[in-house]
Design a binder for this molecule. Structure first.
Ligand code: NAI
Ligand SMILES: NCC(=O)COP(=O)(O)O
Length: 352
């Protein structure tokens, strides 16, 4: 079982977290192929004050990787040119190439887990103006006919979302019975794959007090409630719409294993308050786990050696656990000529 670890944005805490992770006891004895620029990883090791000396492999050696930790040096982002604490097209372009490369390794069946330390969506957009978010990029890179979803994972409660990286003003009009039902089905499927069959899902309302009898909006009655009913009819233990100011309170009291929220920060605020230093983002639905810490590039502390490893370590642990529970199958698409050097896949809007 092998992990592919893409080094995140060179201007953020991604390089130091990657370096720190590789020296952690949990990763010893684990096969890992690190993907990115050798000078960026070396910079991260300096900032994290750890010693790293990984054997370097080239793109044409990936079919026969040695065991242990190796570095696939893409030479795509000389650290000397990196400005810490800032978005840049150079760092964004390297992130896109690192990400595309680890995804292709997974699709080829060479790795079982895809992991990345934080990317910066602004850098990626500077490099590629059509870039929106990771889901859209993954769909295009893998030519996937089904979009996955992001889950925020803490051991005590999981959080899935119906919409993700879209403007808040578009949330209400994006909700539909089918979209919410699809999210509930995927949440049940992914949690069963994580060893939690029959997970009880609390479905957050959109409006204050779930609309309070249509006083403040109709979506809770007309869209969320029918979706929950349809899910229950399929055997998914869903409850809702539950007023969103108390749905996480009820989850932490043991009533729900997961909460499905209607938009990004409805869940993120609660989850990050509950466990910022151990929160994981799992991108599921592609046949192999894609994991990353739930926090971002932390430009304000980049290069200072202050970044906490907790969430990155939990991401690695979750990815490895999920891959062991669900051995990958069907990921055998051969790598094309120039696979790690060609133009990265174009991204499209992922207005989920
Ligand atoms: N895993 C990933 O790839 C993620 C990437 N992002 C991206 O990161 C960029 C910046 O996002 P922000 O909203 O500013 O959030 P952020 O998580 O980067 O920073 C928020 C605050 O948390 C602190 N922080 C974050 N990680 C920390 C750590 N490991 N140890 C100690 N303190 C930490 C930062 O110093 C900052 O004060 C955006 O482009 C966003 O899209 C955001 C979340 C996840
Ligand atoms: N880069 C991973 C990702 O997008 C998940 O984090 P968040 O932006 O949804 O917080």
């Amino acid at each position: 079982m092998r992990v592919a670890l893409a080094i995140g944005d060179a201007g953020g805490v991604g390089p130091e977290l990657a370096a720190k992770l590789l020296t952690h006891g949990d990763l010893q004895g684990q096969d890992v192929v690190v993907v990115g620029d050798a000078s960026v990883l070396a910079m991260g090791a300096r900032h994290a004050e750890v010693d790293l000396d990984l054997p370097v492999v080239s793109a044409d050696q990936v079919n026969v990787l040695p065991s242990g930790h190796v570095l696939l040096d893409l030479g795509n982002c000389p650290a000397g040119g990196t400005v810490l604490g800032q978005s840049s097209p150079e760092a964004g372009a390297a992130s896109l190439q690192n990400f595309a490369t680890v995804l292709r390794l997974a699709k080829a069946g060479i790795v079982d887990v895809v992991m990345f330390t934080p990317f910066n969506k602004h850098s990626m957009r500077l490099a590629r103006p059509s870039y929106v978010d990771e889901i859209g990029f993954i769909d295009m890179t893998l030519s996937s006919d089904r979009s996955g979803r992001e889950f925020n994972v803490l051991e005590e409660v999981w959080n899935a979302r119906v919409t993700s990286h879209i403007p808040l003003r578009q949330v209400a009009e994006t909700l539909s019975v089918e979209r919410i039902l699809g999210s509930l089905r995927l949440t049940a499927e992914v949690m069963a794959g994580a060893g939690k069959p029959g997970a009880r899902i609390g479905v957050a309302a959109l409006n204050p007090h779930a609309g309070d009898g249509r006083n403040f909006g109709h979506e809770d009655d007309d869209i969320i409630a029918p979706a929950v009913e349809a899910a229950v009819a399929e055997g998914i233990p869903a409850t809702g719409p539950v007023p969103s100011d108390t749905v996480f309170v009820r989850a932490t009291r043991g009533e729900f294993d997961a909460v499905l929220t209607m938009y990004h920060d409805q869940g993120q605020i609660a989850m990050k308050l509950m466990g910022f230093d151990r929160g994981v983002t799992l991108i599921a639905g592609y046949g192999f786990p894609i994991v990353t810490p739930a926090h971002g590039t932390a430009f304000d502390i980049a290069g200072k050696g202050k970044a906490d490893l907790g969430a990155t370590l939990e991401a690695a642990r979750l990815g490895i656990r999920l891959a062991k529970l669900n051995p990958a199958s069907g990921n055998t698409v051969p790598l094309a000529e120039g696979w790690a050097t060609d133009e990265v896949a174009p991204s499209r809007s992922a207005a989920e």
